[in-house]
Design a protein around this ligand. Structure first.
Ligand code: 1CP
Length: 356
């Protein structure tokens, strides 16, 4: 880990970026995965006005507004672009719909022949509003707040593209990957290419860091984990670093378990986001000595609030704030989260330097 010790190295002014650059801060910066969303009444208002969820993602003024909503209430150190990982299949021309109460639904790509239905030709045209949202958000942000762009990792995006919706078994996508490795590799290669282009366009528009969400990394056995999670991530990071060496890339391989250390070291990500299952003291010893870490309060403790949340929060802060660290949840904010519990959390993080 290159903990900067040289006095001439100046601290980035945005605490979130300073932590990702390897600095240990007295008060760890924080943001929350899914910090914008339906737990906020003002989000539900804008969502209603937008019509569909896709319209919300593709209307820059509204997407910018909902990006900023949680920051106005809680003053997080970073904003995350309001969009969705499934905007990539949308950009490739796959039919996508968000069904109220049921989540996303796509017209599934069930085998290699169906890759013909996808096209890279109109990708940036279709996603121009996303880049415009990034431009509007970066203009509107307070000086000390950073802007995170994001994409799903190829594996996780492929999960939805092949399965057609969320799933418990993910049988169709795993079946495709096992049955026809070459055909599945063609889909993964396409996704790698567009993911690099998509993140590059977000960076060009003003994103100051990018996070790769690999929410379904944990459903793969070790060998396909290396082939479908570690290798594509390594190539994406390498491609981005060629053009944007100064932009940090954060990886979130949810459920990686015993392969988390290999993921962290072998992909080249600048920082790793921990899911709720990772013991903070283990992460301090095995990961934080190599890279800054982010995480990992159970989102349901944020639903519970009170003492239970405060105790666990302090435990995480005590263990991980001695090194480069960004506080976050171990997964996204739950829809049933009471907004006042997020207020309690933000106050506790802010007062950490006096309580430590
Ligand atoms: O009706 C609504 O308002 C839709 C709810 C919603 C929201 C608020 C969806 C549908 N996506 C989002 C926004 C979103 N999604 C963000 C915005 C920024 C923020 O964090 O505030 C981000 C980063 C995502 C990323 C995302 N989408 C992931 C990766 C993180 C994770 O949660 O694991 C995944 C897997 C998705 C797919 C998706 N989009 C929406 C839903 C309900 C789902 C999950 C589907 C499922 O598997 O059941």
């Amino acid at each position: 880990m290159s903990q900067p010790t040289d006095q001439t190295v100046s601290l980035p002014e945005k605490p979130y970026l300073a932590a990702l650059a390897g600095h240990t801060l007295e008060r760890p910066p924080f943001w929350l995965m899914r910090q914008a969303g339906r737990y906020l009444p003002e989000y539900r208002d804008v969502r209603r006005r937008a019509g569909s969820f896709i319209d919300l993602c593709l209307t820059p003024t509204l997407a910018c507004e909902v990006t900023l909503q949680p920051l106005r209430r809680y003053g997080m150190d970073a904003a995350i672009l309001f969009s969705d990982i499934l905007m990539v299949p949308y950009g490739l021309g796959q039919r996508l719909d968000y069904v109220e109460g049921e989540g996303p639904q796509l017209e599934p790509i069930t085998d290699a022949h169906q890759l013909e239905r996808l096209s890279i030709d109109h990708f940036h045209d279709r996603l121009t509003p996303v880049y415009e949202t990034v431009r509007q958000v970066i203009q509107a942000l307070p000086d000390r707040t950073a802007l995170i762009g994001f994409a799903g990792s190829p594996w996780t995006v492929a999960c939805y593209m092949v399965q057609g919706a969320g799933s418990k078994e993910w049988d169709k996508v795993k079946g495709f990957a096992y049955r026809d490795p070459a055909g599945f590799a063609a889909l993964m290669t396409l996704l790698e290419t567009v993911t690099v282009a998509y993140l590059a366009a977000q960076i060009d528009a003003g994103a100051e860091a990018v996070q790769l969400f690999d929410s379904w990394a944990g459903i793969l056995p070790p060998k396909p984990f290396r082939r479908l999670v570690i290798e594509p991530t390594r190539r994406i990071v390498q491609a981005l670093k060629q053009h944007y060496p100064q932009i940090p890339v954060i990886g979130f391989p949810r459920g990686a378990g015993m392969l988390l250390e290999a993921y962290t070291l072998e992909t080249g990500v600048d920082a790793v986001a921990l899911d709720t299952t990772v013991p903070p003291d283990w992460a301090a010893r095995h990961l934080q000595c190599h890279r800054p870490v982010q995480g990992n309060l159970d989102p349901i403790l944020l639903v519970a609030g009170g003492e239970a949340m405060a105790t666990e929060l302090d435990d995480i802060l005590r263990t991980l704030s001695r090194g480069p660290f960004v506080f976050n949840l171990g997964h996204g904010v739950a829809q049933v989260t009471p907004p006042e519990h997020v207020e309690q959390l933000a106050a506790l993080i802010r007062s950490w330097p006096e309580r430590r």
